[in-house]
Design a protein around this ligand. Structure first.
Ligand SMILES: Cc1cc2nc3c(=O)[nH]c(=O)nc-3n(C[C@H](O)[C@H](O)[C@H](O)COP(=O)(O)O)c2cc1C
Length: 171
């Protein structure tokens, strides 16, 4: 049986939510990652920046934009060092300025992707997958980047059935 890993980053706190700013106790992507974990009977790895992003939405937006522009690879609290035990890897994150937050790349760049199937999973407010699949292709060398899933952040709480059905169909 294929072994499934769900890597995710998700930011709780203030977020832009269907046209207004709301305070989320659990981030949208974390919900989606949990649906995939349950459907795929997988293991999860949560990416945690060494320095949290600000709770304030606008400050985070500013910081994220500067990081993207600089190609930053912010330090993380912990790293995964070995993914050799997994066949399928779901890389889940919010769309930040059209792609994954830089902290996701901080982890991905350290791993050996040869022979893996990789699924881009993004929550967003209109941009869909953005350049996430293309960016994974660059970073996850030797992996097969499969068709991804984009979930609207504001619908994440109601998307359990859809996400689970999608995940089951991939593995
Ligand atoms: C810094 C920042 C940048 C964002 N940039 C985009 C974007 O370019 N396109 C988009 O559709 N949504 C954008 N969003 C909205 C998030 O992708 C969306 O709210 C997502 O579901 C948040 O997931 P999370 O709660 O797991 O962090 C942005 C949000 C933040 C905080």
């Amino acid at each position: 049986m294929a072994r499934n890993l769900i890597i995710y980053y998700s930011r709780a706190g203030e977020n832009y939510f269907g046209g207004e700013i709301k305070n989320l106790e659990k981030g949208n992507t974390e919900l989606v990652a949990e649906y995939i974990r349950d459907a795929a009977d997988g293991e999860t790895f949560k990416i945690e920046p060494a320095e949290d992003y600000p709770a304030d939405y606008n400050e985070t937006a500013k910081k994220a934009k500067a990081e993207l522009k600089a190609g930053a690879r912010p330090a993380l609290k912990a790293y995964l060092s070995d993914i050799s035990g997994f066949d399928n890897i779901f890389v889940c994150g919010p769309c930040w300025w059209g792609t994954y937050p830089c902290v996701v790349f901080s982890l991905l760049e350290r791993l050996d992707w040869k022979g893996k199937r990789v699924f881009p999973v993004i929550t967003h407010e209109g941009s869909g997958l953005g350049s996430a699949p293309k960016d994974l292709k660059k970073i996850c060398r030797g992996a097969k980047i499969e068709k991804g899933l984009a979930v609207e952040g504001k619908s994440a709480a109601e998307a359990s059935d859809e996400v689970k059905a999608w995940a089951k169909a991939q593995i």
